[in-house]
Design a protein around this ligand. Structure first.
Ligand SMILES: *[C@@H]1O[C@H](CO)[C@@H](O)[C@H](O)[C@H]1NC(C)=O
Ligand SMILES: *[C@@H]1O[C@H](CO)[C@@H](O)[C@H](O)[C@H]1NC(C)=O
Ligand SMILES: *[C@@H]1O[C@H](CO)[C@@H](O)[C@H](O)[C@H]1NC(C)=O
Ligand SMILES: *[C@@H]1O[C@H](CO)[C@@H](O)[C@H](O)[C@H]1NC(C)=O
Ligand SMILES: *[C@@H]1O[C@H](CO)[C@@H](O)[C@H](O)[C@H]1NC(C)=O
Ligand SMILES: *[C@@H]1O[C@H](CO)[C@@H](O)[C@H](O)[C@H]1NC(C)=O
Ligand SMILES: *[C@@H]1O[C@H](CO)[C@@H](O)[C@H](O)[C@H]1NC(C)=O
Ligand SMILES: *[C@@H]1O[C@H](CO)[C@@H](O)[C@H](O)[C@H]1NC(C)=O
Length: 420
């Protein structure tokens, strides 16, 4: 970034720093610098690294704000896999090979405890070392694909055999064919395929197929990621008026009523999710980096700009969790992953367009996050969600299946590639 641009940003940020939620702000930082971003990755690691390793296998996944463990005997596969990704990716950036050993400890647990050899399936959750939930979800397999990709990329695996294995499993059980270019969502433990179809698992599949491509250079994964982005961000978004809706039936008709009384559901909320519009925009921009095309940038801008204008909370800062089809807010709470995803997307949008508005939004988000989300006392980011007014809702910093600072760390890693 040029110095004049930096100067303009300083002026703009000085102007917004008068709003009330910033009054007790710690000192602002140079959110664009490589040093700041690497420091913040280390800051998150400093919370997890000393306490995360469960010597009986895998990682502890529940932590109070002060770092004390809770639910020590429970492990959920998305957290198990995401923590491996965090350590594998952070090793290269921080130049610390010991993080690969920590990541490998988590990898062994996924492959030896979550994985059930007799059925060739992974347990969704583990309690006291035994499978507690054998529901098969594309959402979980997306992160297994991402986990093995991070292992290849880190040089811990010498070949892509596990990436191929997970991709083939998804082909066989979840992929609906090139006609639909989408994955089904859930298969019950008894083998029954759920008629529910959703965007969430497909969004994470798209994210992790891009990671698989970046780890292996195999264009099969890139082509599939692109097909998913087209299905959801173009074809299905058109059915919902431009934004990506969460829920569908078996024919991919929009299901406007699914969970209509549950806009705060953690995995299947009713309402448009600003955070998911941001994540699709991020996927489109990452695809655009590999295969530039105007439609990807255009759709990314529409999703980001639209979600930002409807969801940014001028009174308390941050983006709210959900808005209804009529654009009224249906959950005004603040969720950590929404802010993190928007941060990465704003940086990527600036990279793709050179437009200063996105840098301004990036800085605005970081200022908000720095003051309201970063736990300057105990480390990492405060819990999964805060109230609209950014008050803590409980004393939990990390929760199995909900938060292990994957989104916050990945936002820094993605952003580094822009500001490096
Ligand atoms: C940490 O926080 C938990 C939950 O709030 C509390 O029960 C525990 O006593 C605290 N531990 C320490 C050492 O402060
Ligand atoms: C990080 O990855 C890059 C690209 O693969 C490699 O050149 C570099 O040596 C790695 N650095 C460390 C510290 O592992
Ligand atoms: C691929 O790597 C795995 C370990 O990650 C190893 O067991 C296997 O033998 C390797 N396959 C080939 C063809 O090198
Ligand atoms: C690319 O990935 C696909 C899907 O996993 C696999 O079938 C194929 O063998 C891979 N191609 C190469 C050249 O490794
Ligand atoms: C299979 O499991 C699902 C989900 O628990 C349940 O709804 C369905 O009735 C079960 N089907 C059979 C044939 O047992
Ligand atoms: C907008 O939609 C919400 C949720 O369905 C509803 O509660 C509200 O009354 C609607 N507002 C208007 C102005 O129609
Ligand atoms: C926090 O998230 C939980 C789970 O989604 C939800 O029940 C609760 O309403 C949320 N709280 C706030 C303040 O948003
Ligand atoms: C920058 O992007 C914003 C948001 O899309 C747009 O309103 C504005 O016109 C753009 N500015 C320029 C100079 O293109």
């Amino acid at each position: 970034m040029s110095s004049i641009h930096r100067f303009l940003l300083v002026l703009r940020v000085a102007a917004i720093s008068a709003v009330p939620w910033q009054s007790d702000a710690p000192k602002s930082q140079d959110f664009f610098s490589k040093d700041f971003l690497v420091d913040h990755i280390n800051f998150i690691l400093n919370f997890y690294e000393p306490r995360v390793l469960d010597s009986t296998g895998g990682f502890f996944q529940g932590f109070f704000q002060n770092g004390t463990t809770f639910d020590a005997h429970f492990k959920q596969i998305v957290s198990s896999a995401r923590m491996v990704i965090n350590f594998m990716r952070a090793s290269n950036i921080t130049g610390r090979p010991e993080l690969l050993a920590l990541g490998s400890h988590g990898l062994d647990y996924v492959e030896n405890v979550h994985y059930q050899r007799t059925t060739d399936q992974y347990a969704f959750s583990i309690l006291d070392g035994k499978p507690a939930d054998m529901t098969q979800q594309a959402y979980a397999y997306a992160f297994l694909l991402g986990m093995h990709s991070s292992v290849v990329k880190a040089g811990v695996a010498s070949n892509d055999s596990n990436v191929v294995r997970i991709f083939s499993h998804l082909e066989r059980f979840f992929y609906l064919g090139d006609q639909q270019a989408a994955y089904l969502d859930t298969i019950a433990a008894n083998g029954t395929v759920d008629t529910y179809r959703g965007q969430n698992s497909n969004m994470h599949m798209c994210e992790m197929l891009i990671a698989a491509y970046e780890a292996t250079n195999n264009r099969t994964y890139l082509a599939r990621a692109e097909a998913l982005a087209h299905t959801f961000a173009v074809v299905l978004a058109a059915k919902a008026g431009g934004f990506v809706w969460e829920h569908y039936d078996e024919q991919w008709n929009i299901n406007w009523n699914y969970n209509i009384n549950d806009p705060s559901n953690i995995y299947r909320p009713w309402g448009f999710q600003p955070g998911h519009q941001m994540e699709w925009a991020k996927n489109l921009l990452n695809l655009n980096r590999h295969e530039p095309a105007a439609w990807k940038v255009q759709r990314a801008r529409e999703l980001f700009d639209g979600a930002w204008s409807l969801a940014w909370d001028d009174a308390y800062g941050g983006l709210v969790y959900g808005f209804a089809p009529n654009r009224s807010w249906c959950d005004t709470g603040k969720y950590f992953w929404v802010q993190a995803e928007a941060l990465a997307t704003a940086a990527l949008l600036h990279e793709a367009t050179s437009n200063m508005t996105y840098l301004h939004q990036y800085k605005r988000l970081w200022s908000y996050i720095w003051q309201k989300w970063v736990d300057h006392r105990y480390g990492a980011w405060y819990g999964f969600n805060l109230t609209r007014e950014n008050e803590l809702v409980n004393d939990r910093k990390a929760i199995a299946g909900a938060k292990c600072d994957y989104h916050s760390m990945q936002a820094c890693i993605t952003t580094l590639t822009v500001f490096e």
